[in-house]
Design a protein around this ligand. Structure first.
Ligand SMILES: [Zn+2]
Length: 96
């Protein structure tokens, strides 16, 4: 992972290369606990992602700019280790 130097962009998700994992994106879930964003990708792209922690689980939030609004979807919840691996794959272009 890297931050581009000299500008204010965050991570850019790489173009899909040999996608080995398709994420089962679900509608945004109502949550009883506060959601903390642990990492995120640059929102200069039409679709950006957030690595979220909610209580004891993590998930990835997908934010798509569509028709002037935001369409939000979430990956299934899982333990931090599982979601961290998924996040790394997403950034590398191996998961969508
Ligand atoms: Zn950017």
């Amino acid at each position: 992972m890297f931050w581009e130097s000299g500008d204010y962009h965050g991570h850019h998700v790489r173009a899909p290369i040999g996608v080995s994992m398709l994420i089962d994106w679900l509608p945004e879930q109502p949550r009883m606990v506060r959601v903390r964003v642990r990492d995120y990708t640059c929102d200069c792209q039409p679709t950006s992602y957030e690595l979220c922690q909610a209580g004891g689980v993590r998930f990835i939030r997908r934010i798509s700019k569509e028709c002037g609004g935001l369409l939000i979807a979430e990956s299934p919840d899982a333990v931090a280790l599982t979601i961290n691996e998924l996040w790394a794959k997403l950034l590398k272009g191996a998961a969508r």
